[in-house]
Design a protein around this ligand. Sequence first.
Ligand code: CDV
Length: 331
Amino acid sequence: MARNIIVAAAQLGPIQKAEPRSVAVARMLRLLEQAHRRGTELVVFPELALTTFFPRHYYESIEEADQWFETAMPSNETEPLFAAARRLGIGFHLGYAELCEEAGETGRARRRRFNSAILVGPEGDILLKYRKIHLPGHAAFDPARNVQHLEKRYFEVGNLGFPVIRAPMGALPGINMGMMICNDRRWPEAWRVLGLQKAELVLLGYNTPSLNQEGRGFEAHHLRVFHSHLSVQAGCYQNACFAVATAKAGTEDGCELLGHSIIVNPHGEIIAMATTWDDEVITAGCDLDICTLGRTTVFAFEKHRRPEHYTRITSQIGAVDPPVWERKAAE
Ligand code: CDV
């Protein structure tokens, strides 16, 4: 019997700096209802879905940025999403900035900030949490940039690894679901760690500007979209899984986000794509059994992987120069 689930990417148009969480949540509730009317069983919202993408704003003191963080999940403001999930019998994935009191490296509890996402089941339970590992950008104000990208200032590197959970969703008693956030999708290592846990469905949200803002050269808009899609399509193909990749889109605080949310199958094909730069639901039916083909043939990891030759991947961070070829002296 086929293992079918209908999933949705609930793309969000821009959330301006002055827009309160209550407005963002009301927009998300409308998208949840719309997705439900189309038979959707699991809805994926973007990275930092409750507020504007605040790492583009510089605050001298980190505590000043705490207004953008959630200290509880659910909270008074987000509880309506959990209630809607229970009422509609639908799961959802939500990205948000997390502020918690947690033990650090020394074992002492302190305030910690993460770029996080949760997977909520149709009964309102938090099934899985992920904290973003590949944090792009910089930690100090950079005068050379048109727009700041201060994720390294406001967030710590995630400490939950790349988790996968098997849990009921829709009509299925168990689906292997994994998570990553935005920039993670560009790193094959992240996909492979999920693939090694047999993830069948990868959920991810993103906030990607339409232009490269690092001030080191021009990158055409179509290449920005291409690279975003290429990363997700390659990740799905090489790890034989589906993915729902949901964007924030349109001009937010004067900065254009590229949108183009997609749902991708294990062949690496895009099976649904957003066409607007606004709030938009795209859906796709996924037969999870088609993950089996890749998993049992080209990407049968247990037969073909050679980890003894991959040690550089975990022992080395930056690239090193190769040895330089030299002609051997004649004997
Ligand atoms: N939010 C992100 O992680 N954005 C990055 C940008 C800065 C390149 C991304 O990989 O899309």
